[in-house]
Design a protein around this ligand. Sequence first.
Ligand code: FES
Length: 92
Amino acid sequence: MSDEAGFTVKLARSNKSVFVKEGGSILFSLMEAGVMAPFSCGHGICGTCETAVLSGEPDHRDFVLTDSERESGEVIMICCSGSKTPEIELDL
Ligand code: FES
């Protein structure tokens, strides 16, 4: 499954859901919804936006995580990565 039609990001701590449209960035979709998250490079190279994944399967597009970190699915770089599942829940 891909995220071509978009996916929903569920935010556990702020109890919000934000839709990320096809080709969109989780980080910028959150910002549009008024949810601020730390970031720096915006291109998947610094690791500042690393966020814990509570459920769902990340579609990793960063250059930071190791292969084993990618396979674990426990963290995601929200500036550039997407979701392979229709919904992904983050610790935000
Ligand atoms: S902000 Fe740098 S990796 Fe996401």
